[in-house]
Design a protein around this ligand. Structure first.
Ligand code: GTP
Ligand code: MG
Length: 343
């Protein structure tokens, strides 16, 4: 048995992993933070497949379903199930965490300034990591402007309200403008080139491409300190590709998967995920605001924070915190000016 285990660790083919033996392998928790190299029964070939597919952290493997991992890393489903089970043990997420442990994880949450004190205060000090924040509102309400400003601010050092990290921007509507980033960078006295170098932009051509780009970010997060991921807009491709009632269920399923992957990314990288969303009018709404964000409750449940943006008099914008786990509802007034988002 002991010698058999050694060969297991040396190099094991996928088919070998099917062997029931793998289940008997004693999982020894190594000193320090365990990595995927500590997964029992995963030989170099399988490890390489995992890393290539963007799974370089145990947590990212542990949260997958066997069929998802099988597809993503081109492995057998039985193998994937075993790898996931082992990753769960090593990553210690198989069970409940105590309140204190949760508090410890939450203690890593960072807050990003938006450039507007009022907006920061509405969010209890700024835009949080380990969370998805959805900004929704009609055209021209300032969603893309907030995305640009947060991208610039993310690069600021922590002492200045930033994350000291880099930005991945998934652009679905071709509205990312490096010129606007440069303008906002100068607005806080920073070198535009230094900022633009740290903002990685990809144009998503359809919803499937949009989802693939999240995997790509996961892969790149091995070498880059990812602190902000922007999807602008989250829903436009889904909305135009899945038309009609008959496609609704499929659309919601895909959106849900996309959001789950984004949430994982925010946890793994301790990053903020900002998604923008348009509204559609609900003419049958008798009271209150007749507009509703696209994607309905799927997007609503997946987002940790939801901010509803409205245009107001004199170019002002009103941001309303609609949904938050620990903050009261409220509103903040801010402006979009040449330098960016300001009070
Ligand atoms: P959609 O993507 O169409 O749904 O809209 P959005 O919510 O993303 O709107 P966006 O963030 O693009 O806001 C556009 C508005 O921001 C413009 O109408 C201007 O009021 C303002 N804005 C954009 N760029 C500048 C600028 O350089 N200077 C100033 N002062 N305002 C700007
Ligand atoms: Mg926009």
């Amino acid at each position: 048995m002991a010698t058999k285990k050694k060969t297991n660790e040396e190099s094991i083919e996928e088919t070998d992993l099917m062997d029931e033996e793998v289940e008997e392998v004693v999982i020894e928790v190594p000193d320090g933070e365990p990595t995927i190299d500590d997964l029992p029964g995963v030989g170099p070939a399988t490890a390489e497949k995992l890393v290539e597919a963007g799974f370089n952290e145990l947590l990212s493997i542990a949260v997958m379903s066997p069929s998802e991992l099988a597809t993503a890393a081109e492995l057998g489903e039985a193998v994937s199930a075993k790898i996931i089970a082992a990753a769960k043990k090593l990553a210690n997420i198989g069970g409940f965490l105590s309140g204190n442990e949760l508090l410890e994880r939450r203690s890593h949450v960072m807050k990003l300034t938006s450039g507007s004190k009022a907006l920061d205060e509405l969010l209890g000090g700024g835009f949080e990591t380990q969370a998805i924040c959805e900004v929704y509102g009609e055209f021209g309400s300032g969603k893309t402007q907030i995305g640009h400003q947060l991208a610039v601010n993310t690069i600021l050092p922590v002492e200045q309200g930033g994350f000291g990290g880099e930005v991945f921007y998934i652009d679905t509507e071709d509205t990312f403008r490096p010129e606007r980033i440069a303008q906002m960078a100068r607005g806080i006295g920073l070198e535009p080139e230094m900022i633009l170098e740290r903002i990685h932009v990809a144009r998503a051509y359809n919803s499937a491409h949009q989802m693939l780009l999240v995997d790509e970010i996961k892969r790149m997060s091995k070498n880059i300190e990812v602190k902000l991921v922007i999807v602008d807009s989250l829903t436009s491709h889904f909305r135009s590709e899945y038309l009609g009632r008959g496609k609704l269920a499929e659309r919601q399923q895909k959106l849900n998967k996309h959001l789950r992957e984004l949430k994982q990314l925010s946890d793994i990288c301790n990053a903020l995920v900002l998604v923008t969303n348009q509204v559609h009018s609900k003419p049958d709404a008798m009271w209150g605001d007749p507009t509703k964000p696209i994607g309905g409750h799927i997007v609503g449940h997946a987002s940790t924070f939801r901010i509803y943006l409205r245009k107001s008099k004199g170019g002002r914008r009103i941001g309303r915190l609609v949904d938050s786990p620990n903050l009261p509802e409220g509103e903040a007034i801010f402006n979009v000016v040449a330098d960016g988002i300001r009070d």
